[in-house]
Design a protein around this ligand. Structure first.
Ligand code: WT7
Length: 656
């Protein structure tokens, strides 16, 4: 964020209070209610979480210790036994919700399906039995590489039901990226579809799985289950590949939920860091179930009449926590949409809102900015009066986009919850509670009750009002990541030792910069590490660099983010070539395509800049700060005295 943006943000005086009618029926009705909860939680966090765990979830066996904290390793609800699929399904079947819509699915092109809790339970049980028949046992990892279809949620819940941790890989990732994740997780089975719809076209998924598994690259995978979605020709390898519908047909709908230990792994989800390969973030059962349940209930103010729509993909944490587990644990109706706004159908989101009478809508700032550009006439031509609450997630929202969302989509009547969180946190950490918190456009406002967040310097001391610092969390919370899969040292280093622990006190380091204003509102300023946020998707600069240098033409690559009006950030790659290659548009195109092949379309560089050399310090470190300024077209300011070869800078500016 530029200095001028920061200054204008900190002068934000607009305050939007929840309407009386909203507050009246809300779960949390006033600022006083919120403060009372937050204070109670702070005074005795274990009591606070234990009471909620008792009230909100079904346990097969109660825990004997609420929290076992051996920093930085936490265990929540020790020796408690539960099953999240039971909490998401079985317990609703004994209530009137049995025949309530659990999932409303709007597919492409024009397909749709509504699945009740009873039907969902049946399908999950059948698929759980299918997995068992394929030899999947408690503790075995299952890869899920799916389009946005109900079977994705069914697969996740079936894994949870038998205690097999799932590892969902976003369907937009390449075969190479999929392979790396399957290898790391040592997946035994992969669940996929022949293809999926993406913007009016069918994208092949099964062929990507074939490529990922080719030549025995992932020896752990024994079986592949394929949903028939787009019905194009695909290769089925006898013995390994099975059609979902064939297996489902033979599977019994009777499958009791396995009593899981509270600390048994529920899933692994890979996310990018500033160094190395993506990390397998490990989430466990009890704490994750509780935290996603209660955050969904209070932040989205879920009522039984709501039609709740989160536009994320199940391949990201937002889809895990706020399409599948949080809403279903609450017995809500959750909408899944396979489509995406595109030139041929720019109003499709608003059609979905109108068609189903969506009441709660949760999306990313990048989507909102794209809608602004597409024009107000699109939402204005639809009836959006069913909406009562709006949310955003994934990146800081600029106040202009917030105001547009408030006026054009929310009709000035819907509170907006700007929710800050991460793959690692499992659930939302800093957010308004819509019936309680007065919001300021661009601020995620206050920590959720029980979350002790702060802004500190590198010594771990709080910074002053409006001063920039690092966002940290001071006390463990139920849905925190437990470790990095197979790499506890990396877990310790990345999140808990960046700010050195003092007197046994560990701070969770989020990797974001933040400020607190005079009223205690949190303002998230973006990543402070080499992690980019492109359209709300997290990308490690190093991952993109590794993809680039794996191309024979590339000698060195340095990747930085450049501010972009819609995407937030865009990938810019500075490249030096091997001797026998010439820079040019053709090669730039080829390199962009190479990154798509190695990682996926979300990582495609917007711009490739060829250079004879990269700016380095005398010790050989690439000076990214300079590259960021160059990419943004700004004057290179600050200290350049450590630059080894000053002429490099002129050449990069095109003046050499
Ligand atoms: C990073 C986490 C967790 C949901 C999707 C992203 C950024 C997320 C906000 C927000 C400002 C935000 C942060 C964070 N971020 N939400 N409301 N305001 N920044 O999950 O891929 O793990 O990325 O997204 O930089 O660290 P993720």
């Amino acid at each position: 964020m530029s200095q001028s943006t920061i200054e204008s943000i900190l002068q934000e005086e607009r305050l939007f209070s929840p309407s009386e009618s909203f507050s009246e029926t809300a779960h949390i009705k006033s600022l006083e209610d919120y403060q009372r909860l937050a204070e109670r939680a702070k005074a005795d966090p274990e009591k606070f979480w234990a009471e909620l765990a008792q009230q909100e979830l079904h346990w097969f066996q109660k825990w004997d210790t609420v929290l076992d904290w051996q920093p930085p390793f936490a265990k929540w609800f020790v020796n408690g036994k539960l099953n999240i699929s039971y909490n998401c399904l079985d317990r609703h079947l004994t209530t009137w919700r049995k025949n309530k819509a659990a999932i409303i699915w709007e597919g492409e092109p024009g397909d749709s399906r509504t699945i009740t809790y009873a039907q969902l339970h049946r399908e999950v049980c059948q698929f759980a039995n299918t997995l068992k028949q394929l030899g999947v046992k408690k503790g075995d990892r299952v890869g899920v590489y799916m389009p946005m279809i109900p079977e994705a949620a069914i697969a996740m819940l079936a894994c949870a039901r038998i205690g097999a941790p799932h590892s969902v890989v976003f369907g937009g990732f390449s075969a190479e990226a999929l392979r790396d994740r399957l290898i790391d997780a040592e997946a035994k089975v992969v669940i996929t579809a022949d293809g999926g719809w993406r913007k009016d076209a069918i994208v092949a998924l099964k062929p990507q799985v074939d490529k990922a598994l080719a030549d025995g690259a992932v020896p752990s995978v024994e079986n592949v289950v394929v949903v028939k979605r787009t019905a194009q020709d695909i290769h089925m390898q006898p013995g390994r590949d099975h059609w979902w519908h064939d297996l489902q047909q033979d599977a019994s709908p009777d499958c009791p939920a396995e009593p899981m230990d509270s600390e048994d792994t529920l899933f692994i989800l890979y996310t990018s860091g500033s160094t190395g390969k993506p990390k397998g973030v490990v989430h466990t059962t009890g704490g994750y179930n509780l935290y996603t349940h209660i955050t969904t209930k209070w932040i989205f103010d879920l009522q039984d009449t709501d039609v709740y729509w989160c536009t994320a993909d199940v391949g990201w944490i937002t889809g895990h926590s706020y399409i599948v587990y949080g809403p279903l644990s609450n017995g809500a109706t959750t909408l899944m949409y396979e489509g995406a706004p595109r030139k041929s159908n720019p109003g499709c989101f608003w059609d979905v809102v109108e068609k189903y009478g969506v009441t709660i809508f949760y999306t990313a700032p990048t989507a909102i900015r794209a809608f602004i550009k597409m024009g107000d006439h699109l939402p204005k031509a639809r009836d959006l009066s069913s909406l009562r609450l709006l949310g955003t997630v994934g990146e800081p929202i600029n106040p202009e986009a917030w105001m547009w969302y408030h006026k054009v989509i929310g009709g000035e009547r819907c509170p907006i919850v700007d929710t800050w969180w991460q793959t690692e946190t499992g659930g939302v950490m800093i957010t308004p509670l819509p019936g309680a918190t007065s919001t300021k456009p661009g601020s995620a406002t206050f920590p959720f009750p029980g979350i002790i967040a702060d802004v500190v310097n590198l010594d771990g001391n709080p910074v002053g009002e409006n001063e920039g610092g690092y966002l940290v969390v001071r006390h463990p919370w139920p849905s925190m990541l437990r470790t990095v899969y197979g790499n506890p040292e990396r877990f310790r280093r990345t999140y808990w030792e960046h700010i050195p622990p003092k007197d046994g006190k560990y701070l969770y380091f989020a990797g974001d910069g933040a400020r607190k204003d005079k009223d205690g509102y949190f303002w998230i300023m973006g990543r402070v590490d080499d992690v980019l946020n492109v359209s709300g998707h997290r990308l490690g600069t190093m991952e993109v660099e590794s993809a680039l240098v794996s191309h024979p033409a590339v000698a060195e690559a340095a990747v930085v983010g450049k501010p972009d009006d819609i995407k937030g950030e865009e990938v810019v790659a500075f490249i030096t070539l091997e001797g026998n290659y010439e820079p040019g548009d053709e090669l730039a195109k080829e390199l962009k395509q190479h990154v798509v092949k190695e990682i996926g379309a979300i990582a495609r560089p917007g711009e490739i800049r060829f250079s004879e050399a990269l700016p380095k310090t005398r010790s050989g470190k690439i000076m990214r700060r300079l590259l960021r300024s160059l990419a943004a077209g700004e004057e290179v300011s600050g200290d350049t005295s450590t630059l080894e070869d000053k002429s490099v800078l002129d050449k990069l500016r095109g003046e050499g």
